[in-house]
Design a protein around this ligand. Sequence first.
Ligand SMILES: [Zn+2]
Length: 492
Amino acid sequence: MRPRRRAAVARAAVAFVAVAFPGVLLLSGCTSFADTLAAEGSAGSTRAGTSPSPEAAPKATCPAERAAPDPDRPIVDLTFRLEDDRRTVTGSETVTFTPDLPVDELVFRLTPNGPDSADTGNHLQVGAVRGSDVADSRYEAAGGAAPGGLYLVELDEELAPGQSTSVTLDFTLDLGQASFDRFGTDEGVSWWASGAPLLAWEPGVGWAEDPFVALSGETATSPAADTTVEVSAPEALTVLMTGEQAEPSAPRDGRRTWTSTEPAARDVSVAAGMFTTEERATPDGVRVTGGVLPGASIEAGRLADQTVAAIADLETYLGPFPYRTLTVPLLPDYGGGIEYPSSILLATPNRSVLVHEVAHMWFYGMVGNSQFRDPWLDEAFATYAEALVDPGSAAGLTRALDLDGDVGAAMDDFVDERRYFGVVYGKGAAALLAARQAAGAAEFDAAIRCYVDASAWTIATPTDVRTVLDDLRDAVRVLNRAHALGKDDVPR
Ligand SMILES: [Zn+2]
């Protein structure tokens, strides 16, 4: 996610004039790397640094091809019904789960019950739970509002690695007031993302039962799942969501049914509104759909064009876009954007926010991470990618390396949002830019491309980053100094 005024937030945290006003820096004569980027940007450069160099020799540890999703990944089938009040969603979720470690329960995360979302009236309640192996089920608080932030489904006996079980949960989701959040209702639009119980499994590690925190940021860990979505919505509304969408059903009883499939999705976003849509395609055939509400400040076609351009810019550095489709519903301007697999809740028409969220399709969507334990792996990398293709964003990171705080800290280490955004987004991205300069752009770009391809569809760790930088000691030193990496991250 990215609040539109992230730079101003960082500035407030550390009293940086320069972060919010890069023009001041150009006059100041500073010569840091980030200043150089700002200067290049103001000179009309379309690239923040050296152009990527695909001819750089790949390391021996790099896969010849991008890793494929785990064939034993979960299968998730979701059905949602947006009721006629447009603020109640009823649904069911069937999960077929094949663990790689022994388990005696399934753990789901109830994101709408997180403290920041519950405050505006969002609420997720689980009803009936069905499954031949189900023994019992219960909530756990985990820092969430009532009825709880986690939902545990106990199995009647231990499930061995490689064995499968299927569980179906019925649920009711109440959508709260419109705000910069994953759920809400406003005139002519309702939206929900992380709106169903979210399977909280980290392959090779176990259940992610991390508590919610009082920050506006993600804390979930979820595996890429073979996902289908079905949404019944009032006939007048157009649905834009995660996955490759089929044509909607013919209207019946005042409703239409919309379906989609996404072979590897960690989560699902749905927006149902009075959208006007326009579709574009990238040269590789990725279908991009922009959707705007009546009175929007930008046309749907222009939004789709900007999205296609962002994909092209980012593919230069990161390789092929991870999905076959991308939907971008533009919500009223609540001041930011929130990424979901192959869909973006864009709640501001700001172009650099759009680029940031598109970058998350690689960092979080495809290369997953524990957003609680290692938030920098998606947020610093998305901000870094944003800076590579957007000189204005790079300029905003100037001097962020000087901030106090560990880039690699967990969500519960941050006392407030200002420090979280400043250190994880700002300092994290600045450290990656400085590491790139220290290593040489071509070598660093090749290493990051290697990380992306090797870690695709997994839940990556800082050790995976450290592994691809093994020959780039100057870059490692920069990232160690920023406490993005540490000695625990050295591969064994
Ligand atoms: Zn973000």
